[in-house]
Write a protein that binds this ligand. Structure first.
Ligand code: PBG
Length: 350
């Protein structure tokens, strides 16, 4: 039986006895909504598996998985399991993954030196995944926060996060990731000038095909909380990130950030967080008409999962609706922890 043919309500028994004067309407927008076939015909936005980028968490462990407490349904994966899950993601048709490392606390230091180690967790994982599933895109974050003892994306002098010194290190990190086989470098650090510096260094070292997806408009947001639990920076972060990530009050500044990253050579731009910043997504897409992505961040995921877990909303519907909203706003794709779940659902729906 096709579930779409099931009538949700009993047929009306009799006409309601209400005196109804004619409204004289020529245009009734409800007419196109009267049945599923008609709603499908007039639907303006489609969500497909091609729209999904799957962020996943890596760890060095003999265990295959450990749960991320603040993100129900999300686990940290060891390299073997990350390879298996990448095979699964590719088989579902998910175009790309975005791995993030949980770095052993003993390996963190003030300058994030482990980020430059060609044998670090990320580089080993990228090599292993590329060897097994070359057809899936791998998008690698360039930022030092998983590697620094203070949890910041750059290096510090006293209380200050140094811009140019951080960029010099981030460029080396990008090169290490590209050497390991990263398809896309995604600088998420928000230092000024990092896209241009990375582009130059990538080109000079034979990586001219490596793309750059710039976290172009990344806001200093409370919605990253669960991510910091996932990669273990919540306890270590000193202060906040407001001197480099954007003020949530600003919109024109996002246009300036995107313009600069494009001038410096970004192939794709990203807005982050997602749903609370859909106005920025729409504005950036309208203004620049370039490949524009949005990140449905950990806090957005956690909110839906927590409410669904309490029975306060239908989690699956909220998941699909939220992702559709990104598409409607103009995003070309979404980084979402729901990616495998959504891809499975879309596959089941044919
Ligand atoms: C690190 C980084 C963060 C996220 C992606 N890259 C956290 C931060 O800036 O503190 C957040 C992703 C999420 O919350 O899902 N530069």
């Amino acid at each position: 039986m096709d579930i779409r043919n099931v009538r949700p309500f009993p047929a009306p028994q009799a006409r309601l006895d209400i005196d109804t004067p004619s409204l004289g309407l020529t245009r009734r927008l409800r007419r196109n909504r009267k049945a599923d076939w008609s709603r499908r015909l007039v639907r303006e936005t489609r969500l497909t598996t091609d729209d999904l980028i799957w962020p996943l968490f890596l760890m060095d462990s003999s265990e295959a998985r450990t749960p991320v407490a603040w993100m129900p349904g999300v686990d940290r994966l060891n390299i073997e399991e990350a390879v298996r899950q990448s095979v699964h993601a590719a088989s579902l048709g998910i175009p790309a993954i975005a791995p993030f490392p949980f770095v052993d606390k003993a390996l963190r230091d003030p300058t994030g030196s482990e980020a430059l180690n060609a044998r670090n967790l990320m580089c080993r994982a990228v090599r292993a995944i590329k060897a097994e599933v070359p057809q899936i895109g791998i998008i690698c974050d360039a930022a030092l926060d998983p590697y620094t003892s203070h949890g910041h994306d750059g290096v510090m002098e006293g209380e200050r996060i140094l811009n140019d010194a951080s960029v010099a290190i981030l460029v080396q990190q990008a090169l290490a990731l590209a050497d390991a086989g990263a398809d896309v470098i995604a600088p998420s650090d928000m230092m000024d000038g990092r896209v241009g510096a990375m582009r130059g260094a990538l080109d000079a070292s034979g990586h001219e095909d490596v793309q750059i997806m710039a976290y172009a408009a990344k806001y200093a947001s409370a919605f990253y909380g669960p991510f910091r639990d996932a990669i273990g920076t919540n306890a270590t972060l000193i202060g906040d990130k407001r001197t480099y990530q954007m003020d949530p009050a600003n919109s024109d500044e996002a246009i300036a950030e995107v313009a600069l990253d494009l001038e410096e050579g970004a192939d794709m731009v990203m807005i982050k967080p997602g749903l609370p910043y859909l106005d920025i997504v729409a504005r950036v897409k309208d203004h620049f008409r370039v490949p524009t992505f949005a990140y449905q961040v950990s806090g957005e995921y956690a909110m839906i999962m927590a409410a669904a877990g309490n029975g306060w909303l239908d989690g699956e519907r909220a998941m699909i609706e939220s992702l559709m909203a990104f598409k409607r706003a103009g995003a070309d794709g979404v980084l979402t922890y729901f990616a495998p779940k959504v891809a499975e659902k879309l596959k089941a729906m044919g």
